[in-house]
Design a protein. Structure first.
Length: 130
């Protein structure tokens, strides 16, 4: 009787290991859910919501006049912050529309040229900024 019990136990363990290997992703998700229910793991990470392109376009239209216009009375720090916000909005629009841009990798005159190229690419994609 002991030999039969041994064979059944080894077979059950082998089948369990094989099943786990074949279904590793599903088993992993089940273990994570069980750990969360038991309070052994933190909550699921929040998935960030994408910003609608209409909101990005509105931000670009709102920021652009101040970023590109004359800066009478504005400190250098304020100007840099405004231009950085405009560049970030341009990059968000590029991401949303699948347009490549190197605006965040360049500096100086190259960055100014890339900003103009990015605005033009967005305009060709149908996003009117002006």
């Amino acid at each position: 009787m002991g030999g039969v019990l041994y064979v059944v136990t080894v077979t059950a363990i082998s089948a369990g290991v094989l099943w786990s290997v074949l279904r590793a992703a599903g088993v992993g998700r089940a273990v994570k859910r069980a750990a969360r229910r038991l309070g052994l793991a933190g909550p699921e990470p929040l998935v960030p919501l994408a910003v609608p392109i209409e909101r990005i376009a509105a931000d670009l239209r709102r920021i652009r006049p101040e970023a590109m216009g004359p800066h009478e009375g504005a400190t250098l720090t304020r100007r840099r912050v405004i231009v950085a916000a405009y560049d970030r909005a341009l990059l968000d629009a590029c991401t949303a529309l699948g347009i490549a841009s190197e605006l965040d990798r360049l500096g100086g005159l190259d960055q100014e040229i890339e900003r103009l190229r990015t605005e033009y690419a967005l305009e060709l994609a149908g996003l009117l900024i002006n």
